[in-house]
Design a protein around this ligand. Structure first.
Ligand SMILES: Nc1ncnc2c1ncn2[C@@H]1O[C@H](COP(=O)(O)OP(=O)(O)OP(=O)(O)O)[C@@H](O)[C@H]1O
Ligand SMILES: [Mg+2]
Length: 254
């Protein structure tokens, strides 16, 4: 099993959008996908609600070594399994950071027996939850808008990733920044995007996802954009599949 976190400590960049579409596409490819929603906003838990496993995300911070097997043993784990957000996630911020990270890492290690990919959606803040996700992941990616505050957020995120590598997860690989919600009619955004590519070079994915209503519609309708029956959605589907293909190749699972 390979584990990928979608993380950037700035809100509204597309972490949940990317997480959900990677989950839908992974399942369509026949992979067994587990999604952990560590964001108390619960947006991924809403979009992926039909795939609820019955396990709450806060339980992944307990020291119960039999937790994962008690849920997934003897089950058909094909398709998507959601480990949903719950209100007790708020308590994780009161835990010792190292204890929280070790617990999540143990439970994710136990998930290896049942799944091919683990996707973690994280909250938009540097927190125990985000740090634990990064300590437990093999890969991280960061969706980012072509806006000044977002690019500043990305600079901070690169430092966070470096810090996580130094503090205990030296093999954490950064798949890159996904320029998202790009408005091609806005010259300023295009300039920001060009500036981002010049500054971060190959840390930026070599494509982008544009601002498209179909993406937001798909998340609200609890389905992938390729299931939306509109002409505009077809273009959006092609675009998002460039992203999923790229990420799965980087993760060496396709
Ligand atoms: N490429 C896009 N085009 C249009 N809308 C988008 C696109 N990507 C995301 N959105 C919409 O923008 C909003 C923010 O996206 P999303 O929830 O994925 O971001 P996030 O980084 O997870 O936010 P948060 O930090 O609050 O969890 C959502 O309403 C989503 O549907
Ligand atoms: Mg989100």
């Amino acid at each position: 099993m390979k584990t990928l976190a979608n993380a950037i400590q700035k809100g509204g960049q597309g972490k949940t959008f990317a997480t959900c579409h990677l989950a839908f596409d992974g399942a369509a490819r026949g992979l067994r996908v587990v999604v952990i929603d560590l964001d108390s906003q619960g947006n991924a838990s809403y979009t992926l609600e039909p795939y609820d496993s019955g396990l709450n995300a806060s339980q992944l911070f307990s020291d119960d070594e039999n937790l994962v097997s008690s849920i997934f043993d003897g089950r058909d784990n094909s398709g998507i399994s959601l480990i949903r957000k719950d209100f007790a996630l708020a308590n994780i911020e009161k835990m010792n950071g190292d204890v929280a990270a070790a617990a999540l890492r143990m439970h994710i290690s136990n998930l290896r027996k049942y799944f091919d990919i683990c996707l973690i959606d994280t909250p938009p803040s540097i927190s125990n939850l985000m740090a634990s996700a990064l300590f437990a992941s093999d890969y991280v990616m960061s969706p980012v808008e072509a806006e000044t505050y977002s690019i500043q957020g990305m600079q901070a995120m690169v430092a966070v990733i470096q810090n996580i590598r130094l503090r205990g997860n030296p093999n954490l690989k950064f798949i890159g920044m996904l320029p998202n919600r790009v408005n091609y009619r806005d010259e300023r955004q295009l300039q920001n995007l060009a500036g981002m590519r010049a500054a971060f070079q190959d840390l930026v994915m070599p494509f982008d996802c544009r601002q498209r209503g179909s993406f937001a519609e798909a998340q609200g309708d609890q389905k992938p954009v390729w299931q939306i029956k509109k002409t505009a959605a077809r273009v959006a589907a092609k675009e998002v599949r460039v992203m999923t293909q790229y990420v799965f190749e980087k993760m060496e699972i396709v």
